[in-house]
Each structure stands twice: as structure tokens, then as C-alpha cells.
Design a protein around this ligand. Structure first.
Ligand code: NAD
Length: 354
């Protein structure tokens, strides 16, 4: 099998050839058909997160991300073989089925994992982060339960549901109670465009989208944003207030830097909620007294669980949700895809196709 691996943080991915593994125990061997390139892969590749306020960056190496690592957590594959202990636990899947890989694995044993929230486990084993993922032509998945049958959905446009999809689905559910009002979304990249299509399917009134890149704002308008605002405009706050036309009760920040979290906080009405998803980084910018005075809830949101991922695929099928724009690229162009994403050249998602 061929894979593209991070062998040094910030250095080009290396093409590596290994013998194709035979699935052991409960593993399932898949042939990768599509692997989305998420901005989180850029953070992994860069080796950490900026914590702001002059603090030492949060190092992924210190957090247990060892190299070499095959990234790729938005993967779709065709099932080639089940390990000997997986054969009685296939959940109806069979060789030849095409499935989305749920990547947000935990230890599988703790109370949190057993309650179905593996994405919140303190000992993460996420595929493509802590274990090898989909920037490869083959991949092993630890158990059939992490494979969700696509039942005819297109592998390339469905791959992003494993991260962009479930992450925005889970974030949107946290503000579902104010879907009758316009919400504000920061960032019209892979996650932002996904959030727009899901919001519509989930019955929301719609979103005003903030981005600093005119091409991304255009893409958001094409995807049905109620309005867009240039986040770098000096009057961005006034524009948001005017375009909303009513109090803003919820903000989903898919950028997550000091500027967006400040503007997101400032545009909220009393009792509003700021959900932070983006990991661009920096230090918290808010004046502390304003948090209680405005009674703001600030909530983090981290990917989503297996149940939510299945709910999302069901929603995509029943509501015929339009896919986000994708740029398919051959696996051999994994490096170019990362650089294109880093330079902001892509609209939507690049998806690698081995
Ligand atoms: P992307 O690169 O596709 O899109 C980012 C968008 O943000 C771009 O359109 C860019 O122009 C815009 N942007 C950058 N700076 C901005 C600013 N100051 N104001 C407004 N817009 C700005 O990235 P993505 O794949 O959509 O991921 C977005 C972020 O979410 C990344 O940090 C990623 O790591 C993070 N993420 C978090 C989770 C989670 O579970 N919390 C899951 C997936 C991704």
C-alpha cells in the first residue's frame, strides 16, 4: 500500500510504500476511495496550536501525536476484508460495501466512550491524528461499528461528513433553540459551507456569514447565506447588526482566533451563545465583566459522536442535502492540496482520490 505521511512537522509529506496489511482481530481493511483535506490537517502538519498571550504553543507531539503519521480523518472506503473477530460483528456490512469511516475514536473502555461519546475521551485514538488515516490507498479501521454504509451516496462529496459534516452538525445542534432567528457564522471554508447547507436542512432561518476573503463570501452567498460581511471591515460589527435586523442570539465561530471571537462576542445580544469550533488560535479577548453583564454563554464544540454522524447521514439522505463544492485531487498531490488549503486557494474542500 501507498501512503503520504508526515515524517517531520512542517516538512513535505513523504510517499511511503508498505505491504498492504491483513486485518487482524476486529479490524476491517478498506480500499480508500476519497480522503478530505481538512484545515485540522494543517494544524497537525504544523505541529500545534497558538495559545496566545505569549504562551508556549500547544505542541501536538507533547499531546501524543507521534510521527510518522498518515493524516486523513475524512475518509470513505470500500470494504475489502474483515478480520477474524469482525466477521460476526459486521452490523450488516459486507465486502464491497462503500462506507464512511467514523474517525473520532477514544480508548473504547472509559465511561465516556461507553456512553457513546468517544470524541470526548481523555485518551483519544482518532484515526488520521493519533493513528494512521486516509491519505493512503488502503487503511485499517479498528472495528466495523466505525464504518457507516453510504448506501449510494457519492464517496467524494460524502467524505467531508466525517469531520466538516459532523462537527458543524453538532455545533448547530447547540444553538437549535434560536433557529427561528438569523445566526452568524464565521468562516466560509469547508466547515462554513457545510454549516450553511445543514442549517437549511435542519430548519434554520439562515445565517449571516463573515469571512475576510471575497471568494469565500461569494461561495457562501451561492450556498444560501442570508448576507455576508467582510470581517476585516472597520464597521463589521455595525454591518452585522444591520444585516441581522433583529438581535443576534447565536454565533458559530469556525475560525476561532482573537478577532473572530471578539467580533462574535460583541455582536451577540444579552443571553446569546458563542460556540467556538475553529482552531486558528490565539488568546481569549473578552473583557471579563461583559460576560456576566451580557449573560453570554461561551461553548466549545469538538467534532461529534458516532450517533450524530449516523443522524447526519440519515439527514443528508432524507433532505437531499446539497454537497459542498469539492476539488478532487489525486492522492499523489497530497502536498499540493495542503499548500492550496494553507494559502486559502480552495473553495470548499480538496478531496484526495487514490
Ligand atoms: P478552511 O481553511 O476551509 O476555512 C477557513 C475559512 O476561514 C476561510 O474561508 C478563511 O478565509 C476564513 N478566515 C480566516 N481568517 C478569518 C478571519 N479572521 N475572519 C473571518 N474569516 C476568516 O478551514 P476549515 O476546514 O473550514 O476549518 C476551520 C477551522 O475549524 C480550522 O481551525 C479547523 O482546524 C477547525 N476544526 C475544528 C473542529 C472541531 O471539532 N472543533 C473540527 C474540524 C475543524
Amino acid at each position: 500500500m501507498k501512503s503520504f505521511q508526515v515524517t517531520d512537522f512542517n516538512a513535505p509529506l513523504q510517499e511511503v510504500d508498505h505491504p498492504t496489511p491483513q486485518p487482524s482481530g476486529t479490524q476491517v481493511l478498506i480500499k480508500v476511495k476519497a480522503a478530505g483535506v481538512c484545515h485540522s490537517d494543517l494544524h497537525i502538519w504544523e505541529g500545534g496550536y497558538d495559545l496566545g498571550h505569549g504562551r508556549k504553543p500547544l505542541s501536538l507531539k507533547d499531546r501524543g501525536v507521534s510521527l510518522p503519521r498518515t493524516m486523513g480523518h475524512e475518509t470513505v472506503g470500500e470494504i475489502l476484508a474483515f478480520g477474524p473477530d469482525a466477521k460476526n460483528e459486521t452490523g450488516g456490512l459486507k465486502v464491497g460495501d462503500v462506507a464512511l469511516v467514523y474517525p473520532w475514536l477514544g480508548c473504547g473502555k472509559c465511561e465516556t466512550c461507553l456512553a457513546g461519546d468517544e470524541n470526548m475521551c481523555l485518551k483519544p485514538n482518532a484515526l488520521g491524528v493519533y493513528c494512521d488515516g486516509g491519505y493512503a490507498d488502503h487503511m485499517t479501521v479498528p472495528h466495523p461499528r466505525y464504518l457507516l454504509n453510504l448506501k449510494g451516496l457519492d464517496p467524494i462529496t460524502a467524505a467531508p461528513y466525517a469531520c466538516s459534516g459532523v462537527t458543524t452538525y453538532s455545533a448547530l445542534k447547540k444553538v437549535e433553540n434560536v433557529f427561528h432567528t438569523p445566526i452568524v457564522i464565521f468562516g466560509a471554508g469547508g466547515l462554513g459551507l457545510m454549516a450553511l447547507s445543514l442549517l437549511k436542512a435542519m430548519g434554520g432561518k439562515g445565517a449571516i456569514v463573515v469571512d475576510i476573503d471575497a471568494r469565500k463570501r461569494e461561495a457562501a452567498e451561492a450556498a444560501g447565506a442570508l448576507a455576508t460581511v467582510d470581517g476585516s471591515a472597520p464597521d463589521a460589527l455595525e454591518q452585522l447588526t444591520k444585516k441581522a435586523g433583529e438581535p443576534i442570539r447565536a454565533v458559530i465561530d469556525l475560525v476561532g482566533n482573537a478577532k473572530t471571537t471578539q467580533l462574535g462576542f460583541d455582536c451577540l445580544t444579552k443571553g446569546g451563545k458563542l460556540v467556538i469550533v475553529g482552531l486558528f488560535g490565539g488568546g481569549a479577548p473578552w473583557a471579563l465583566p461583559l460576560i456576566p453583564i451580557k449573560a453570554i454563554t461561551i461553548q466549545g464544540s469538538y467534532v461529534g459522536n458516532l450517533r450524530e454522524t449516523q443522524e447526519l447521514l440519515d439527514l443528508v439522505r432524507t433532505k437531499h442535502i446539497a454537497p459542498i463544492p469539492v476539488t478532487p485531487m489525486p492522492l499523489a498531490k497530497a502536498n499540493e492540496a495542503l499548500v492550496d488549503l494553507q494559502k486559502g486557494r480552495l473553495v470548499g474542500r480538496a478531496v484526495l482520490t487514490p
